[in-house]
Design a protein around this ligand. Structure first.
Ligand code: A2P
Length: 306
C-alpha cells in the first residue's frame, strides 16, 4: 500500500493525516508533537475555525527549529473560513493563518465551505431572529480567484476545496484556472459517497476523508456510534485490529486520505498502524446509511447538503 497520493500538481500528499478539529487547547500542541516526532505522521490538517492554530504553531516552531524534522517533509493543510470570502480578505486570512502556525507556506489551503456567511472579515456569525445565518453575498468565483492568486504569488503549494458537492465542483471548474487539488469531505462507512469520490477522482481531484471514525467525540444522544457497529467490530476482531484501524484502512483502500483526530497518544500511534493488513476480503458497502454527522444545517439553518 502506497503511503502517498500524487496530487494533480505532481506533489505527493501523505495518505494519513492527524486531524485537529475539536482538539482541545493545552492538548493539541502535544498531540502534534507526538504525531510528528514519535508516531511517524507527516501530515497535519488544521483550520482557522478550529481556534487552535496558535498552539499548533508553537509545536511546529519547536519541531522545525530543532531540525529533527525538516519542514519540507511535512504536509500541512489549513482552511479559509466562510467569513473571509471577499477577494481583499483572502490574502489577509491566509497570512494570519501562516502567522499563527508560524510557517512560511502551506502545502494546501482549502476553501472550508462553498458558502460565504457572517460578518465579513471577522469570525462573527450572527443568526437573525428566525435562526438563519447572516449571508455574505460573495460569489465563489471571487474567492477561488483570490486563492489562485496565492498560488501565483508562490505563497502556497496547492489549493483546494472542502465540503463541495458535485454541482459546486462543476460550477467552479467552469471558471477555474487552477483545478482544486483536493476536496475534503465527510466520509466513513455510514456516509460512503462513493459516486462523489469517483467523480472527484475522475476530475483528478484527490479526496480527503474527514470524520473517518464517525465523529465519536461530538455525538448527540440519538446518533449512531460507528465505532460500536457490530459488523465493524466483528471485522476488527477477525483481523486482530481495533475498529478505528479498520475504518482508517478502509479509507486508504478507497484511495481517500483519512485525517482521524486524536489527542490521546496511544490512539495517535495506533491510528497510523494500518499498513500490515488489508480488507480485500471485506465488503463494508452494506453499512452505508447516508448519515451525516457534520451538517451545517444545525448551525446556520442552511440546507447546504439537502
Ligand atoms: P480523543 O481525541 O480523545 O482520542 P473523527 O476524526 O472521526 O472526528 O474522530 C475523532 C474522535 O475519535 C475524537 O473524539 C477522538 O478522541 C476519538 N478517537 C480517535 N482515535 C480513536 C481510536 N483509535 N479509538 C477510539 N476513539 C478514537
Amino acid at each position: 500500500m502506497e503511503k502517498f497520493l500524487t496530487l494533480n500538481t505532481g506533489n505527493r500528499m501523505p495518505i494519513i493525516g492527524l486531524g485537529t478539529w475539536n482538539a482541545a487547547l493545552n492538548k493539541v500542541g502535544a498531540a502534534v508533537e507526538y504525531a510528528l516526532l514519535r508516531a511517524g505522521y507527516q501530515h497535519i490538517d488544521c483550520a482557522f475555525v478550529y481556534h487552535n492554530e496558535k498552539e499548533i504553531g508553537q509545536a511546529f516552531r519547536k519541531i522545525f527549529t530543532n531540525d529533527s524534522i525538516k519542514r519540507e517533509g511535512i504536509f500541512i493543510t489549513s482552511k479559509l473560513w466562510n467569513t473571509f470570502h471577499k477577494r481583499a480578505d483572502v490574502l489577509k486570512a491566509y497570512k494570519d493563518t501562516l502567522h499563527d502556525l508560524q510557517l512560511d507556506y502551506l502545502d494546501l489551503y482549502l476553501m472550508h465551505f462553498g458558502i460565504a456567511i457572517g460578518q465579513r472579515g471577522t469570525d462573527d456569525e450572527p443568526l437573525d431572529e428566525n435562526s438563519y445565518i447572516l449571508l455574505d453575498k460573495t460569489p465563489l468565483q471571487e474567492t477561488w480567484g483570490a486563492m489562485e492568486e496565492l498560488v501565483k504569488a508562490g505563497l502556497v503549494k496547492q489549493i483546494g476545496v472542502s465540503n463541495f458537492t458535485a454541482p459546486m465542483l462543476l460550477d467552479l471548474l467552469s471558471y477555474a484556472n487552477i483545478i482544486p487539488s483536493v476536496n475534503q469531505i465527510e466520509l466513513h462507512p455510514y456516509l460512503q459517497q462513493q459516486n462523489l469520490i469517483e467523480f472527484c477522482q475522475h476530475l483528478n481531484i484527490a479526496v480527503t476523508a474527514y470524520s473517518p471514525l464517525g465523529s465519536p467525540g461530538g455525538l448527540k444522544p440519538d446518533e449512531p456510534v460507528l465505532l460500536d457497529d457490530q459488523i465493524l467490530q466483528r471485522i476488527a476482531n477477525e483481523h486482530s485490529k481495533t475498529p478505528a484501524q479498520i475504518l482508517i484502512r478502509w479509507a486508504i483502500e478507497r484511495k481517500t486520505i483519512p485525517i482521524p483526530k486524536s489527542t490521546t497518544f496511544e490512539r495517535i500511534q495506533s491510528n497510523i498502524e494500518v499498513f500490515d493488513f488489508n480488507l480485500t476480503k471485506e465488503n463494508l458497502r452494506g453499512l452505508n446509511r447516508k448519515y451525516r454527522f457534520v451538517n451545517p444545517f444545525d448551525w446556520w439553518n442552511v440546507p447546504y447538503f439537502d
